[in-house]
Design a protein around this ligand. Sequence first.
Ligand code: MCN
Length: 814
Amino acid sequence: TTGADAPAASEKLFGKPIPRTEDARLLSGNGRYLDDLGHNALIAAFVRSPHAHARITGIDIDAALDLPGVHAIYTYDDLADDSPEMAENLPLLIPHPAITAPRNGYPLAKDEVNHVGEAIAMVVADNRYIAEDACAKIDVTYEMLPPVVGIDVARQAGNAVHADVPDNVAAHLQHGFGDVDAELANAPHRLTLNLEIERSASMPMEGKGVYARWDTDEQALTFWTSTQTSTSARAAIAARLKMAHNKVHCIAPDVGGGFGVKIVHPWPEEVMVTWAARRLGTAGISSEVKWVEDRREHFVSSAHERGQIQEVTVGFDDDGTLLAFDFTFWHDNGAYLPYGIIVMLNTSTQVLGPYKPKSFRVDAYSLYTNTVIVTPYRGAGRPQAVFAMERAMDAIAKYLGKDVIEVREHNFIRPEEMPYDFHLTFQDGRPLIYDTGDYQAGIDKLKTLIDWDGFADYKKQAKAEGRAVGIGIGAYVEGTGPGPYEGAHVLVETSGKVKAATGLTTQGQGHQTAFAQIVADDLGVPVTDVEIVTGDTRRFGYAVGTFASRGAVMSGSAFHVAAQMVAEKARTIAGEALNLDPAELELRGGHVCKIGTLPGAEGTSISLGVVAVLSNPLRYAFDDASRQATGFAKADADMTIPPVREGEQPGLEATGYYSPPTSTFASGVHAAIVETDPVTAEIHVRRYAVIHDCGNVINPRIVEGQVMGAVAQGVGGALYERIVYDEHGQMLNASYMDFLMPFVTEMPDSLEMDHTVTPSGLNPLGMKGAGEAGVIPTSAVIAAAIEDAEGIPITSMPISPSELFELRLAHASS
Ligand code: MCN
């Protein structure tokens, strides 16, 4: 940190918007991403199915094997010949009682393919060119089966993705409270909405990739993978390769974005590349194999999300009080179910947002289709949920002729009702209880931020100028920071510098800075003296992973716990050395010093580096450099090795864990002003405003960057990005020529942001998650604004200019 942003040594760093310390390295091209590693490795490429649904009747690899530079070609038969573990299908990672028919593929297809892009064979060659040429020479013959594409087709009787799964239902979930049927029957008003959010994908800048190295001497495997979950990837590979955990290391190097698509583990490619490295290494051919996904592969063989058809029936009274919220939806989970039904669970458990209807019922189906699998994509089921609830709120307001904000406020859970217990089970299996939140405060701030009350005049004026503008609003509550646990290790070196590690991984969230802020505060050192390691099982082996906006809450808290333990130990050792009561000491300016005295003052202060020396008898005795640097004379005088203090372990270090009782609930409310072109139907977001509450904030600059980035993804999801399949299961837009990723030119003309702060009581620093927030209500908000501008109901997102044009035509003729 430099210049005006650099905090003074004694200032608390928690809450300060310091610049991200990792950015200089990443922005100057010094990041080490997957493809920066393993330059001597053999390269893998995959033969992938061109058909959405087919039986494999033969695979001829002879011509490909003859190509010079090809070292190996593997198909399912090689896995089956190897071991029962390798022949198994991929695991279901998160079981749930609602899953009625879990079906998963194999690392390489066994006898059937269920989506275009499914891996059938792997070639290992000297380079990618040869590997791809060999793939082209492999002749796979197929017997075609009817493809099931899209939720509507999956719901029709007689269509089957997996012959033994009735009605393509992978999971069916029902929950709720109150008597929905009675409330609906008695409600003064009822409305039904049919809504859809189309399939999309997260598209991180860096695709997937894995590089594995076999060590024949150690009989050990190290693999680097562009993952969000390195400890679980290690466990999955160890199980499949029948190896002990201590012989398998997994490292997530710099990862160029994940957004959920890199959660699932093991990927087929992770299994194949690690297995091939061991096999080829043992045979003395090469101990290193690498595969880097290309963009087309990312489209057709990684993971998607969002696709959901939803039906909402609401019952309400004259004031807009929600008496019943009856919600049925169908989720498209693709060909297999490796990750479980988190997306469906998120929609089901977070659809209520900040509201408290008198009765509530969810009836949710997760359906197989012959398309790419689904894993949570930033927001993960919540954008769909918010679309359902907020579109309903707007419909109620319109029906009653009331203000859209008034109807929402009328149904809010109030701060004095917190903690609010829905008596439902959350997606993490714990009770669904909102810990804290002040939704009214959020909406009050938002009204000021976007000048809600001045909009009517602005709209009138715009109309006079021949322009159509509209305003929309949307609120959400998001369960963040789920358990079960996360841990951290904090070590003070004799140099006084701090090395700290946690097991979760980083994909660009700024963990190096934010976690260092917490540790630096606890140990009274500059943030630049704290090195944070993430995602390396050699440094920290127990972890759950990075998803569900849990990094700050989980690892942030674990770092705090571990650093507090280190601070306590430092006070004890320093107290002994200074002959002072540890209770009189604090950690400040790189020293342990008497409260109220200057760090470095003689007799009342001792540097953290010296305390680290004193904590380690061996280093104290033998490390001349440390002794001289510290000037601590005691060892020189008697030349004896002091004993380890009774009941204490040597070293100024500690491992701490944090395990929360339940998730903590962040919230927010967004508004957008859009303008639609009367001729071309182009849609421009003129202003976008965000009020965000993630409890106490470690680093506001990081949080604002996170929210802004997520809003950008939300705008993409609302107006541009979608995955389009034809009825044969062929993806029609599997490239950036056709999948419309927005540029900065498509972003709102202005994006304003402010915060409310309702600290969580569930973790020691009062934090809630922030990483997904911005994307959650965006589709609902922009749909509402378009509806307001056009006076046409918007029920499906994303929406393109041509779709809006069609809607105008249909509306005009109706
Ligand atoms: N933070 C903070 N104060 C808080 C909460 C968070 O300062 N009260 C900071 C954290 O320290 C962290 C960042 O904000 O630096 C995000 O924290 P958190 O909300 O805990 O989210 P995670 O660290 O668990 O990151 C995961 C989250 C998710 S689920 C997706 S998807 C996502 C996201 O983060 N993927 C991302 N943001 C991403 N950002 C980038 N650049 N790349 C991705 O793949």
